[in-house]
Design a protein around this ligand. Structure first.
Ligand code: URA
Length: 199
């Protein structure tokens, strides 16, 4: 097994046993899985969502429900194969009733996302929704503090990471397209910002 896969397996093991998480009991009661991430461990593009929903917690796979279908369509439109990217979330367990993740939950799970970024070393961090946008811009001190996703979506923001320069591309969460055709058109347009990074 390659080193990245080994490190990610170790991380999965830690999250499976994360009894101090406020979401742990809920996971066990419902026979849910933690959702760690899916895709290539050598991906150049990492997509980062918020937290798993019910379908995701039932299967252990990120973005496999309605939002996932939109994500697949958006990837397809720029000829990007889901197997060639890596998809994950900030929070690895499902919050009840699909509520937003709390500050405490984000803080607890953030070190795992940081490790995933360090292990996979993506050139592009494509954030899906405001939570992951704020977290990632803050993590790399990108200097956009306080800026809203409505101002930053579709932009490319250069950041310095421990493994070299990377680009953050803030994107709206695919779920917005479920209820609003204009937002879907915006997402389709914004995904084109990823095209220069495709090999
Ligand atoms: N929404 C997210 O943010 N992540 C998922 O994995 C599914 C839905």
């Amino acid at each position: 097994m390659d080193e990245r896969t080994e490190l990610l397996r170790q991380m999965r093991h830690e999250i499976v046993h994360l009894t101090e998480s406020p979401l742990y009991e809920f996971r066990i009661e419902n026979n849910y899985f933690p959702v760690i991430g899916q895709g290539s461990h050598f991906a150049h593009i990492m997509f980062i969502g918020e937290a798993p929903g019910e379908n995701e917690a039932k299967t252990g796979r990120p973005f496999c429900g309605q939002s996932g279908r939109i994500l697949d369509e958006l990837l397809d439109r720029i000829n990007l194969n889901r197997d060639d990217v890596y998809v994950t979330n900030i929070v690895k367990d499902r919050p009840p009733k699909n509520r937003d993740p709390s500050k405490a939950e984000i803080k607890l799970y953030a070190p795992y996302l940081k490790r995933q970024i360090e292990i996979i070393q993506p050139r592009v961090l494509a954030t899906l929704g405001r939570f992951s946008m704020e977290f990632v811009l803050d993590l790399f001190d990108a200097g956009q503090k306080g800026q809203k996703i409505s101002a930053l979506h579709g932009q490319t923001i250069a950041v310095d990471t421990a493994y070299g320069e990377a680009t953050v591309v803030p994107l709206y969460h695919p779920a917005v397209a479920l209820y609003n055709a204009n937002q879907k058109a915006t997402l389709i347009e914004d995904f084109k910002a990823l095209k220069p990074f495709l090999d």
